[in-house]
Design a protein around this ligand. Structure first.
Ligand code: SF4
Length: 173
């Protein structure tokens, strides 16, 4: 199998959300770095975990985690709307740490709903992770992007204009 790029936590989240989004992101077509959501996230990360010293850790130049808190690694998110993607992203970090001999559990805190969920890398989840990573490589090595998925989330996606450009043009005509 041809592998053109390394896979990171964000890729896992996009894989769960939309395979087309994953493909576009990995090809460097448009980025989310200017969106309000990401800017809000940056502010969150700067103010989160005041009692923790180990914040924003870059592991092996490969992936970044928000903080380590004893037996947990922690991530903070604005809202739980994308919880399944967040969990997959956390599982990726736990899996990558386990490959380096570090066994941790995960905690994701949602500020809007004021709730925290625990994520544990079970054997079953590990299998799921390996399968997801293999599938991500298949997707990003394709010559063209997967089809538009047309779900409510599309309207808040950074690629909305790109994916629906034709329809918008037709509506304006
Ligand atoms: S707009 Fe919809 S189809 Fe296009 S990348 Fe985003 S989620 Fe996927």
């Amino acid at each position: 199998m041809q592998q053109t790029a390394s896979v990171g936590g964000v890729d896992l989240a996009y894989y769960r959300l939309c395979k087309r989004k994953l493909w576009l992101y990995k090809k460097g077509i448009g980025m989310e770095d200017e969106s309000d959501r990401v800017l809000q996230g940056s502010v969150l990360h700067e103010t989160a975990y005041p009692r923790l010293e180990k914040k924003e850790l870059l592991i092996d130049n490969a992936f970044k985690i928000d903080a380590i808190d004893g037996e947990y690694i922690r991530e903070i998110k604005l809202s739980s709307k994308m919880m399944e993607s967040d969990k997959l992203q956390m599982l990726f970090y736990l899996y990558q740490l386990s490959l380096r001999g570090v066994v941790k559990k995960g905690l994701i805190s949602y500020t809007k709903e004021k709730k925290t969920v625990e994520v544990i890398l079970t054997k079953e989840m590990e299998k799921k992770m390996k399968k997801a990573i293999a599938e991500i490589y298949q997707i990003i090595n394709k010559a063209s992007p997967p089809a538009v998925i047309n779900v409510p989330y599309c309207k808040s996606c950074a690629y909305y204009g790109f994916c629906y450009a034709k329809e918008v043009d037709e509506d304006d005509a």
